[in-house]
Design a protein around this ligand. Structure first.
Ligand code: MG
Ligand code: ZN
Length: 228
């Protein structure tokens, strides 16, 4: 039976690639920079969003798509910041896909949006395989998870252009070795950037915010070029 199973999986991923490409065209037409934010549960995705929104609000138009198994708890946290947020409940599904993003986009007003952040379902496995149409994949690893995660979940670390190592304020209380994280991730993904941050204290946020602002600026320029 395995000879049947393999083509089925490939077809699902191919169908998803088509939808992701449609999403990407839409984002590029609107000149919006889109990131797909991934991590295991509890690494700090929503906390990162809250801190990032606080820092960029007023200068950058932000919208958020929140993926969760159940509940609209995270989208409510984001809406409290005065930012458009749509919740996708996957009903137990462990990743977002291109089709879910298309449906979520129907509920968003993209005019005035420069940056769309998609918070994926907390999971280090299959979110890495489903493109959503984003420009960049970003991952958060908290030091509480340990420095062995790049060895255990290599694909996720390979495909991300930015790794945010969060909760660095907890480093003295863990066995996590930052130099091991850097070495292991560097072997998988030499071009990826690594930023060490604490969403709780705000430490290390400046390089991350500069990176986002630079990317948003590039996409705004593309939009301006189209309009002239
Ligand atoms: Mg969350
Ligand atoms: Zn999944």
């Amino acid at each position: 039976m395995t000879e049947i199973k393999v083509p089925v999986v490939r077809n699902i991923l191919q169908a998803n690639e088509r939808l992701a490409a449609e999403n990407r065209r839409r984002f590029d037409e609107a000149g919006i920079f889109v990131v797909n934010l991934m991590s295991s549960p509890g690494a700090g995705k929503t906390s990162l969003l809250e801190k990032t929104i606080d820092a960029l609000a007023g200068r950058i138009g932000i919208a958020v798509i929140e993926g969760d198994l159940q509940s609209s708890y995270d989208a409510e946290r984001i809406q409290k910041k005065g930012v458009q947020a749509v919740q996708i409940n996957t009903d137990g599904g462990c990743h977002l896909d291109g089709n879910m993003i298309q449906i979520a986009l129907e509920s968003l007003d993209l005019s005035g949006v420069d940056l769309l952040i998609i918070e994926n379902v907390g999971n280090l496995v299959c979110p890495a395989e489903f493109n959503l149409g984003e420009h960049e994949k970003i991952m958060i690893l908290s030091v509480a998870e340990g420095d062995d995660k790049p060895v255990k979940y290599p694909l996720m670390f390979q495909i991300c252009s930015v790794l945010l190592v969060n909760k660095i304020d907890l480093l003295p209380y863990t066995d996590c070795d930052m130099s091991k994280i850097r070495e292991r991730v560097g072997q998988l993904n030499a071009r990826g950037k690594i930023f060490e941050i604490s969403c709780r204290t705000g430490e290390g946020f400046a390089p991350w915010l500069s990176w986002i602002e630079e990317k948003v600026g590039e996409h705004r320029t593309l939009r301006a070029g189209k309009q002239s």
